[in-house]
Design a protein. Structure first.
Length: 290
């Protein structure tokens, strides 16, 4: 028989000389290197898994180290520079410690009174007589209050110009507070407080930055100094003080705060802090180190 001719209507068979016809429509074809690409993806995924685990472990170690070093405090710069919050936290901590001291002192006094020894009893009576002048008992009486404050912010911002004053001269310093305290003592003050803390023989006033530290507690202005005594005599002592007059000259020129308020009755708390006196001791001279 002769060659049979196909009668199918399908597409013609591809020949080596003629490439196959491209099918119609949007059909995505894979490039020749797609198997290699898939193999590389698998290899990269396998390599990144240990690296990701290592990164998470390092981040966890960093968080733990930061938490230990901070000791529960905030390490952000904003909290460090927020002076008001720092001062308040230190003040609360110091007040808590002073409360503990007051409780311990009360326990010591109670135990001392239980001793039946005659010599100890005589010493205890002497201590009781000295409690009032020592400031460890609350007191009440007439007097006055002196309030000192920094110059307004506008005055401080304008300071430093040629021929003017520096910003340091427009804020209250420890010597200004000491001038008022000394004037009130010379005017016959019987008891005194600064920022509602009793002034005793071991009280020290110290400037630290733009705060004043009293009994270990930092305070910001305004500063209030109150004294129990004859209000007329206390006012006269303030007016007669050269140091207070120098401060009042800056009050008139640059609007620093100075206000005196007489009172019929003032209530002062007892001093509850430590009465131990700290002082410097001369050391032994040492030869210079060459």
């Amino acid at each position: 028989m002769g060659d049979q001719v196909s009668t199918d209507d399908g597409p013609p068979e591809p020949t080596p000389e003629r490439p196959p016809e491209r099918p119609h429509g949007h059909v995505r074809t894979e490039p020749w290197w797609s198997p290699w690409r898939d193999l590389m993806r698998i290899r990269l995924r396998g390599r990144w898994r240990p690296a990701a685990v290592a990164m998470f472990v390092a981040a966890g170690a960093l968080f733990v180290t930061t938490s230990i070093n901070s000791k529960g405090l905030d390490l952000r710069a904003s909290s460090v520079t927020d002076l008001d919050h720092v001062v308040q936290a230190e003040r609360d901590h110091t007040n808590a410690l002073q409360s503990q001291i007051a409780v311990l002192n009360s326990q010591v006094g109670s135990l001392s009174r239980q001793v039946s020894n005659a010599q100890v009893a005589a010493l205890q009576r002497r201590v009781d007589r000295l409690r009032d002048p020592a400031g460890v008992l609350p007191v009440q009486g007439p007097g006055l209050t002196v309030s000192l404050n920094d110059a307004p912010k506008s005055q401080i911002d304008a300071a430093g110009k040629p021929g003017g004053v520096s910003a340091d001269e427009l804020v209250v310093h420890q010597q200004d507070i000491q001038a008022v305290v000394n004037a009130l003592w010379s005017g016959g003050a019987e008891a005194m407080t600064i920022q509602n803390q009793r002034v005793v023989s071991t009280t020290g006033i110290k400037c630290v930055g733009n705060t004043v530290v009293l009994h270990g507690v930092p305070y910001s202005p305004p500063y209030e100094i109150a004294a129990i005594g004859d209000p007329v005599a206390l006012q006269a002592a303030l007016d007669a003080s050269d140091y207070v007059s120098a401060y009042r000259s800056f009050v008139a020129l640059y609007q620093l705060g100075y206000l005196v308020t007489p009172s019929v009755s003032l209530d002062f708390p007892a001093y509850t802090g430590s009465t131990a006196l700290k002082y410097a001791v001369a050391g032994t001279p040492q030869p210079p180190v060459r």
